[in-house]
Design a protein around this ligand. Structure first.
Ligand code: ADP
Length: 670
């Protein structure tokens, strides 16, 4: 008897027993909900049209159900929560073969339980026409999937809840809006890794340390480290200075530039370190205009070269919001969403002049600012209005003769290089939070890359958001001063697509497939996981989902970018030699040991200067970290320090040690 036959037999037996169980138990509240959900959207049984059409249809479906305002949505959420608390109490102790029940019962709910079995048998009988290996893989995958639905804890999803619910519903997975005692497969957090404490298994949609890592100062530091090593490769990030510590440097350099060429009159943009949504941002033309103090406090900020000639559409400045999935740190796996958003200014652009520096609707593309301008255009079309889909903008550029393939490949390169810049420190955070041997979840995260296209079409990185908004409604002024949240088709189209694809990629069943690919050596050779082959690998009901909008770019392009992963190797040594485990603290002795073990001391860098370096780093990082708590997060590694900044930085440089040798916050120690 062939192995394949055995598997098929087991499969059929299982389907039978699911059916029997289902008949015995009857349909309860939970199954009714499943029936209602799975029988309503016709999209799930339609052929595989382009994602835009499907999501367009989903939009109209969901709009009928969803609230017109925030208040209504809140009520809906409560109803769902109430229903689920009932579900939890009804099914708390049921066995793990739930999916089988639900799928069978879904059919039973329509009065077709036998047909359901036959369908499954039909599915099996289709296999002989396929390659045996493919069939085996499908069987294994289906068996795993049939055991129980993938469970998602959405209790901490916050503003992404609505898009998440839609995605879970479309995948026919199981949502736990109030969390549950037993572990879930996936935990969806709205803010940070620590939104739920004590997760010991499954997968969390946030990496520890990501918020800190992507703050404006830390991102600038990480990119700068790479700019020092690979200046040409990292020229996509505007020149930046960290305030207050580099204030002097900034003033001196600008003065020199102006003295050398009087016709040069650059503009700079100042961004508060912890800021978002354009808060506290201002433009300056002279270093003396820097506002270093807010009240009696020195403000941490980044001052950055302002891109004076952005690409304009309809005379307006716009930027791109690109969604990127960091699926895994080790091995490094990066996916880019093929569809994104573009956010438009609401006042025609003019190059900066002393007169227009304060015109935020002209210079800043933030949706949160422009939505309050009288000129903001809400549109149901993806290709008009103040927020448009990325594809509509790219098509428009292509129609004008722009080589959008080149633009897109430059964007992919920017994303991979930026991710490579932040990964070393993330790995230290990860190791400190979930050291090997400690039970804990694995992590993945959707990031929001904000990218500006220059007039010459070169993409420039503005910032990376660790918590890109996943809201699928937008604010609309219904009467003067009265704002309501109303559904936003373009947001829904893009964001539900990204979340759903992310979930599918993080499906524990799917993960097993990628791990076996990895073991088989697929990823080692930097080959692309064949995304095109995936639809055939799906079970029949999944086959109707639109094709993935997330596209793997790493390890696909390993060969092209692997040489940039130098700092990561240093970080790996750092973790290994310091034995970073469970915390981020590093004492002076350990630091000495590290320098010695790695043979980093020499005649230019004595042990005395290593000690000074240690003190310097400690002070510098304590200063940086003083107000860097994670928003909405009670758990933090941050401590406040009262040290004053000294000139040790200059001294250590004189001693020949690069003070940013290991630009990580694990040096935030005493
Ligand atoms: P925030 O997190 O507050 O949104 P960003 O770094 O995204 O801060 O900047 C806000 C907006 O300012 C951007 O969306 C963009 O329109 C504009 N901007 C930021 N940096 C630059 C720059 N270097 N050159 C030109 N415009 C910029």
């Amino acid at each position: 008897m062939s192995e394949h036959y055995v598997k098929v037999k087991i499969h059929v037996e299982q389907m039978k027993s699911f059916g029997e169980d289902a008949e015995k138990q009857g349909v309860d509240a939970e199954e009714e909900e499943q029936v209602a959900v799975s029988s309503s959207p016709p999209a799930s049984v339609s052929p595989d049209p382009p994602s835009i059409t499907i999501a367009g249809r989903d939009v109209s479906n969901t709009f009928k159900h969803r609230g017109k305002s925030r208040i209504k949505i809140g009520k809906d959420d409560k109803n769902i929560c109430d229903k689920h608390s009932l579900d939890v109490s009804l099914h708390g102790g049921r066995n793990v073969n739930k999916l089988g029940h639900e799928r069978t019962l879904h059919i039973k709910g329509t009065g077709k339980i036998l047909q359901g079995k036959n369908n499954e048998n039909n599915g099996v009988s289709m296999h002989p026409s396929k390659n045996i290996q493919v069939a085996r893989r499908e069987d294994g995958f289906k068996l795993a999937r049939k055991r129980r639905p993938v469970t998602v804890d959405t209790s901490k999803a916050k503003t992404s809840l609505e898009a998440l619910k839609l995605s879970i519903r479309q995948l026919k997975w199981k949502e736990f809006p109030l969390g549950r005692r037993a572990p879930c497969d996936i935990y969806w957090h709205g803010v940070s890794f620590h939104d739920n404490e004590n997760i010991v298994s499954g997968q969390v949609n946030k990496f520890p340390g990501m918020i800190e890592m992507l703050r404006k100062i830390n991102l600038s530091r990480a990119v700068r480290t790479m700019q020092e090593l690979f200046p040409e490769e990292y020229d996509f990030y505007p020149r930046s200075w960290i305030l207050p510590e580099e204030c002097q440097q900034f003033s001196t350099q600008i003065r020199m530039v102006k003295e050398n060429d009087a016709s040069v009159n650059p503009t700079f943009i100042v961004k508060p370190d912890g800021g978002s949504q354009g808060d506290g941002i201002y433009l300056i033309r002279d270093p003396s205009d820097l506002k270093l103090m807010v009240g009696s406090q020195t403000k941490q900020a980044v001052v950055q070269e302002y891109i004076q000639r952005p690409l304009l559409i309809d005379k307006l400045k716009f930027d791109i919001r690109l969604y990127v999935l960091l699926k895994s740190l080790e091995p490094l796996e990066i996916y880019i969403a093929k569809e994104g958003l573009t956010r438009f200014c609401t006042e025609p652009y003019q190059e900066p002049s002393q007169k227009n520096l304060s015109h935020v609707f002209m210079h800043l593309t933030n949706y949160s600012l422009n939505v309050h301008s009288g000129n903001f255009v809400h549109s149901n079309s993806q290709s008009t209005g103040s927020k448009r889909s990325l594809s509509s903008v790219l098509y428009r550029l292509a129609a004008k003769g722009v080589d959008i393939k080149k633009v897109w490949s430059d964007i992919i390169a920017l994303v991979i290089k930026t991710t490579i810049a932040v990964v070393p420190e993330l790995r230290v955070y990860y190791q400190a939070e979930i050291p090997p041997g400690k039970p804990g979840p694995t992590c993945f995260q959707i990031l929001g890359f904000d990218i500006l296209l220059m007039k010459n079409l070169k993409p420039v990185l503005l910032e990376v958001n660790s918590n890109p908004s996943m809201r699928i409604e937008h604010e609309q002024e219904m009467a003067p001063g009265v704002f309501e949240y109303v559904p936003s088709p373009v947001d829904e189209e893009v964001k539900v697509g990204v979340i759903k694809d992310t979930l599918r990629l993080m499906d524990p069943g799917h993960k097993r497939t990628s791990i076996s690919n990895l073991r088989a050596g697929g990823l080692d050779h930097g080959e692309e996981i064949p995304m095109e082959a995936e639809p055939q690998d799906r079970s029949p009901d999944e086959g109707a989902l639109p094709s993935l909008c997330l596209k793997q770019v790493y390890p696909k392009y390993t060969k092209q970018f692997n040489y940039l992963r130098l700092v990561e190797r240093i970080a790996a040594l750092f973790i290994r030699f310091l034995g970073v485990k469970g915390n981020m603290r590093l004492g002076p002795t350990a630091f000495r040991t590290f320098i010695r073990t790695c043979k980093l001391s020499n005649s230019n860098c004595s042990m005395a200067s290593v000690d000074i370096l240690y003190i310097d780093i400690t002070r510098r990082w304590s200063g940086t970290m003083a107000d860097s708590r994670e928003a909405g997060n009670t758990h933090t590694h941050t401590r406040t320090h009262t040290h004053t900044h000294t000139d040790t930085h200059t001294r250590t440089l004189k001693h020949g040690c690069k003070n940013n040798l290991f630009p990580t916050k694990e040096q935030h120690v005493h």
